[in-house]
Design a protein around this ligand. Sequence first.
Ligand SMILES: [Zn+2]
Ligand SMILES: [Zn+2]
Length: 826
Amino acid sequence: MHIPMSHLQSLSNLLDSSKTIAQMSTPKNLGVADVGSPPSSMQLGLPAHHTLPTSPLFYKPFGACGTVTGSTHFVFHSASGKCFAVDCGILQGESDPLANDVESLPIPPNALHAVFLTHAHADHVGNLFAWLRAGFRGKIYCTDVTSKLTVISLRDSMNRQEPQDGDEALWDLLPTLFVCPDRKSTASHGRLFRVEGAEGLSYSFTPTSHLIGCAALRLMSMAKGQSHADIIFSGDIGPVTDSAAHGGLSPARLLPTSYSGVVVLEATYGDRDDRDPATLLGEERLKALAAVIKEAVSKGPKARLIVPAFSLGRTTDLLADIYMVLASMRGATGLSGDHIPVLNVESQLAMQYADVLRDAYAEKKGSGEYAWLNPHARIVKLGGLTLLQRLLSATAEPRQEHDTQDGKVVVNWGDAVEGQGLTIVIAGSGTSLQGRVCREIMKHSKDPQATVLLCGYSPEQSLGSQLREIAGYTMVERSTLPPLSFRLADGKSFWKEPADAVKINLADLSAYYSGHADSRSLMHYALSLGKPLELPMDFILVHGSNKARSQFARKLKAGLGQGYNFVREVHCPSSNYPWFDVAEKKWCFDDLGALRSSMRINVNERMGSGATAFNVALAVSRNLARFLKMNSPQVLDGKHGARFVITGEFANARISHEVLIVDLGYGDFDIRVDSLIGCCQSNDDFKARCFPWEAAVGSLDGHVELGYKPVGKEDEVSDLIRTIRDPQRAFPVLLVTKLGEDNTCAKFLSKSLMLESGIVRLVTGQGRIFGRELGLDVHSGVGIFFDEHPGNTPVQFSILHPLDTAPSFLACLNRLEDARRLSAAA
Ligand SMILES: [Zn+2]
Ligand SMILES: [Zn+2]
């Protein structure tokens, strides 16, 4: 069989392109003076056909794609040739130690012109110091409060690491790099400011209600002779728009005032049902909190309420709320009028955080940006700024003078001290995976007078989540549960306690203290962004699990039916995605060329013994035309067989299949297909361009197998592993897994590999578990191709993100197919 030159060309191109993925390496310990020159756009991994881009702005996702931590994005401004990062967050709770390594970044920090920060949580700023060590010397754009909190948070996390030579100089340098538009201007929100050193590029910050200082970032490029490009990064946006009804707990959320065509949107709770609207009302929240305090007080004269606050913002939120309850609803708390409770805030970091909050509040009071600060507006109403400042200061004793009723309370910042009667301990540091709150919970785990108040996310394995698990059981039932087990700060020893020995009480107000928007609130924010001009927008979902992203993507698209009409496309990229052309709204995927596949069928049963290649081609072409809703193509008889080309639009994708039918004698025919894959924009695009084998040959041969056999039992898995590792093996093996209900890709790939010379196996969920134990790691939503030769590195193909790994995978399939065709021709 003659292989057309163009295919050999595209095959070698594919193999070449899989080899030339630029490996960026950066020396580990760059001193302050030792800064490399920025790499060219070619080295930055811009696709070849975009080395001279006419579009002004490109976006590349990197961190927090399919998870909530590690937020890091890149932007390339082609007019100035400058690269930027948006956030540089730490990936938390991942076992891969390389995840936060600067060397794994697609763009080395010393090649960045500037970094934009949306807010000061570690999952958005935590790698900044490591980037400084790696040579980043650009400006850091953020709000004034974010700049201060970032330094505090970095100082705190770096205290737990070995210092390096040159760190002191970097600590001196850091504050000089910040550019905060709200430092000088009294009304900076939503206003566009120029980015220094990048002509034509401007940015704006608009507050979002997640954490004090947090803001959505808008980047806009307007250069003469170039198209307009505009992108918004929502950052984390918080649960409510109406902070007045919410009791001022969150700062007000504003919307960027002008149109943006592309929005990079957080999707943390995209899969979470809309919460009870009552939980968004401040009044309800305080009532619920008063009830918890009353219950805690009823436990005895040594009552103790321990509150793992999980984040610094929530620490001050809770401090303010508890004070509000004691000041205005004392009757509902069960506390006597002359009782002065001690409110302990056990966190150094929370104290520094409160300082920033207090100062910012004082500074911005007279400015037009008062509303977005708005933390705890009711306290300000109640006792004025002075009361808030006292509440937030390290020596606070906000007693009688500002209170309307009996709001006497002593706030102690530092190690917890015992009060008379109820003692409240709020621990702001740690997530109950570490930190002081664990010590507090462990110390009181058997104390029936103590209560733990959960008020938000508890990471898996944390003490909080373990308590939540046993909470619903009686003591008798608890005796049958596994013991609570918690790894101590030294990383080695464990604290263990039988579940029925745990006598501490549990209360849960998590619904009232969430830091992220649920899907309704996300929808509201997302779709309001398009309102002013009602133009179509693209959403790129990040900062959420794949489940949260795909569910929210569906909701966003369904928004079309609810009177919204501005969603053009919703993307859920992986961290391997290429650059996104913001003006053209297109991913710069490589051209994947053609995918070649074939199948040998026998038509004697269906068509009788006299069938010719021409007859078979006619039948296949008609099947295809019906399936693709196109006209039947013209079939040509030639020396090598009968051929036809079917081309057109299918499922919004441009498709083209060249089909050749070769008569092998005795009713056997070889169907050889070259399918144009080209530059796909999405998984759906990719699927649409693959050859629909089932539709094409299904009616010709009813005995065509589905293409794979499930492997799930232990002996089946070890059998499979033996086959893969057999040194005598001379045929390829393809393993696929099913992703939820979607096995379209698995089916197709199985089909295209369903050769006499290879095997295809579907590894079930149970099979994956056995596989891991036996040394075969097959992830969910992945196809693994083991080449003909055992010992070669297998090629993984993600069914969830096929475009990530498609080039190398397609090259494998094509190589195999070419060998097959050559041997058939010989
Ligand atoms: Zn955050
Ligand atoms: Zn975040």
